[in-house]
Design a protein around this ligand. Sequence first.
Ligand SMILES: NC(=O)c1ccc[n+]([C@@H]2O[C@H](COP(=O)([O-])OP(=O)(O)OC[C@H]3O[C@@H](n4cnc5c(N)ncnc54)[C@H](OP(=O)(O)O)[C@@H]3O)[C@@H](O)[C@H]2O)c1
Length: 332
Amino acid sequence: MTTTTKFKSWRVQEQGGEYTGSEQTVSTSDLPANEVLIKVSHSSLNYKDALSASGNKGVTRNFPHTPGIDAAGEVIESASGEPVVGSKVIVTGYDLGMNTDGGFGEYVRVPASWCVALPQGWNGRTAMIYGTAGLTAGLCVQKLLQMGASPEQGKVAVSGASGAVGSVAVELLSKLGFDVVAISGKQDHADELKALGASEVVGREALAAEKKPMLKPVFANAVDTVGGQPLAELLKQIQPGGSVSCCGLVAGPQLETTVLPFILRGVNLLGVDSVEIPLADKAAVWKKFAGEWACPKTEASARDIGRGQLDGALRAFLKGESSGKIVLDHAL
Ligand SMILES: NC(=O)c1ccc[n+]([C@@H]2O[C@H](COP(=O)([O-])OP(=O)(O)OC[C@H]3O[C@@H](n4cnc5c(N)ncnc54)[C@H](OP(=O)(O)O)[C@@H]3O)[C@@H](O)[C@H]2O)c1
């Protein structure tokens, strides 16, 4: 039987072209008619949540809306065989937090096909330390490994290194034995990036615009989280046969490049999507993070915030000032 429960949610309202988020009391009867009602213990902050909260119509078309592309919690009602009531699940991506009310509310109602069982040994907070950003970092690294990337080939670059995706990529690559060069605009975060495993931290000027179509190949492989012109410059600096996993667009969605890195050096540009991929592919990466890919430094350095701190934390993403992993704890 379906019951109606009142709960707290961080809702974004639109008024005269301005978007404002605030805590509201809503009801489970306001949630979409999907199969699985989840009581969310934790969510995770992502750049995309900041886009949704600031009215980016490519992410969220209609307001009022509850952002939060990630959620972890307990199944309260299930109109499907799996997941069963009482089980703990993770939901990331698909439409959650875009046009389906997301994890910044204490409850979400989603299709059963979006729910992954929480890996053994994890709680909701651990899952949300990684969140979509960690999942994406894992997928970026997995693609490099599938292309044959190995530590012996040389340095691996990570752009946007202090960000949510970048910081997990730095720790994971370092853990796997790679010599990681963190590219970051935050020189005051150099020590933190080194503590995560970067052997070198260089400024964003390493990817400043150059007229030359090709540059000295200094990186064997790379994870790029920023896109735009820095990605075009990164491609010019990849060694023959190397690969770049590309997942983000904080520096812009346009990629103006020549074909030269591809046809003269056989460089591979690997697209990474963590949102619409099959659930089994997400589950495989979660299992790795709960086992041999665990990133203890990321886990230890994550920051917890309550709904009252969401506004400031999301604004920092839009200014490129956010760093590391931020967890929303609904109990705070
Ligand atoms: N494909 C997918 O499925 C997927 C999944 C998750 C995220 N993403 C995308 O990946 C990107 C990163 O997400 P995130 O959550 O890690 O965001 P984030 O925490 O804001 O990190 C992005 C980092 O990029 C750097 N940066 C910001 N603005 C920049 C600019 N104008 N030029 C160059 N560097 C800049 C900053 O790091 P430094 O100060 O260290 O340089 C910033 O911390 C976003 O575009 C997001 O939408 C895609």
